[in-house]
Design a protein around this ligand. Structure first.
Ligand SMILES: [Zn+2]
Length: 108
C-alpha cells in the first residue's frame, strides 16, 4: 500500500517533520534506527551534516566492512507499519532516487 503523505498533515511542510536516520546493512540484512542529532543542520542534500552524528558512527562501527545505505526518513512515516514496510522495500531495491522520504547516501 502506498501512503499519501499529504494526508498525514496537509498544513505541515514534510521537511519540518521529525526525521530518523536509517542504516540499512546489506550484509546483516538489517535496518537500524539512529536518533537524529538536532545539533546538526538538516538539508535535502545527500551526505548532509548528520554524517557528524555520533550515534551514526557508533552504529556504523557495528558493521565493519559491510555494505549499506544510509537514509533519512520521515519519523511519522517510519513509525507507521505501512510506511516502514515501504521504506524497507526501498532499501531492498537499493534505494530509489526521487522518493520523497529519502536522501540516500551510500556507505562504502
Ligand atoms: Zn552489517
Amino acid at each position: 500500500m502506498v501512503l499519501d503523505l499529504s494526508k498525514l498533515n496537509p498544513k505541515e511542510d514534510p521537511k519540518d517533520r521529525p526525521k530518523v536516520l536509517l542504516l540499512a546493512c546489506y550484509d546483516c540484512k538489517s535496518v537500524d534506527e539512529i536518533p537524529y542529532d538536532d545539533r546538526y543542520l538538516r538539508d535535502n542534500k545527500p551526505g548532509h551534516d548528520q554524517n557528524r552524528n555520533p550515534f551514526l558512527h557508533a552504529m556504523v562501527e557495528r558493521h565493519p566492512n559491510h555494505r549499506g545505505m544510509l537514509a533519512d526518513a520521515d519519523l511519522v512515516v517510519w513509525q507507521h507499519p505501512d510506511g516502514k514496510k515501504q521504506i524497507v522495500e526501498q532499501f531492498q531495491k537499493g534505494g530509489s532516487p526521487g522518493l520523497d522520504v529519502f536522501g540516500t547516501n551510500l556507505l562504502s
